[in-house]
Design a protein around this ligand. Structure first.
Ligand SMILES: N[C@@H](CCC(=O)N[C@@H](CS)C(=O)NCC(=O)O)C(=O)O
Length: 205
């Protein structure tokens, strides 16, 4: 049995959607950020990074959305990775960009203390975040397939991740309507059974 430590406002929603997509049973455990449970000794013993998602598997603990999604696909759903090596690499190119750039852009809006000590620096980062986020979305808008999925004509691991991060952008008051491909992707994913299931279970806000 798998256990997913999650918070519905976070990137852990991408893992929940993939679990629902693959119909893999899992036990959800909420990590409550309002009382900073992600820094509790019990949680840090499980995931010393103090972040979500954390997936407990029969073999041990996994962190990092990319690693978790790859594990789930390998175990339960290889169809979520393109068979063609070049397309598979494009999927991973997208996933690396989402993790290393898009998500980090977003985090600058509210996690300034991670990178700087002066409050004035935090304000500057918060002000800049919508711009870097919009620039990332413009790149994705122009470079992904949207045929109708991010990579080709079937769902891959990149889609739930893209969906959740595009949702984050709206919290920075970015109007997604200016990106027609991303908007259509949002609508398509929003209506997907797995996304509705994750939302109904409270895994996705
Ligand atoms: N690279 C990680 C990032 C995980 C991450 O930063 N999660 C955020 C929520 S979106 C978190 O747990 N933040 C808690 C904190 O910073 O205290 C991944 O993609 O899984």
């Amino acid at each position: 049995m798998l256990t997913l430590h999650y918070n519905p406002l976070t990137i852990s929603a991408a893992t929940a959607i993939v679990l629902e997509e693959l119909e893999v049973p899992y036990t959800p455990i909420l990590v409550d950020f309002s009382d900073v449970s992600q820094q509790s000794p019990a949680y840090l013993a499980l995931n010393p990074k103090g972040r979500v998602p954390t997936l407990q598997t029969p073999q041990g603990v996994l962190t990092e959305t990319g690693a978790i999604l790859e594990y789930l696909a390998a175990q339960h759903g290889p169809h979520l990775i393109p068979e063609d090596p070049f397309q598979a690499a494009r999927m991973r190119e997208t996933m690396h960009y989402l993790a290393s750039t898009v998500h980090v852009n977003y985090a600058h809006a509210m996690r300034g203390p991670r990178w700087a000590d002066l409050e004035s620096s935090w304000a500057d980062m918060t002000a800049k975040a919508p711009h870097t986020m919009a620039a990332s979305l413009a790149y994705l808008e122009g470079h992904l397939d949207f045929a109708p999925f991010a990579i080709g004509n079937s769902l891959t691991l990149a889609d739930p991740w893209l969906f959740v991060l595009t949702g984050f952008a709206t919290r920075l008051h970015i109007d997604i309507a200016q990106f027609p491909n991303l908007s259509a992707h949002q609508v398509m994913m929003h209506d997907r059974y797995a996304v509705r299931a994750a939302r109904n279970k409270g895994m996705l806000a």
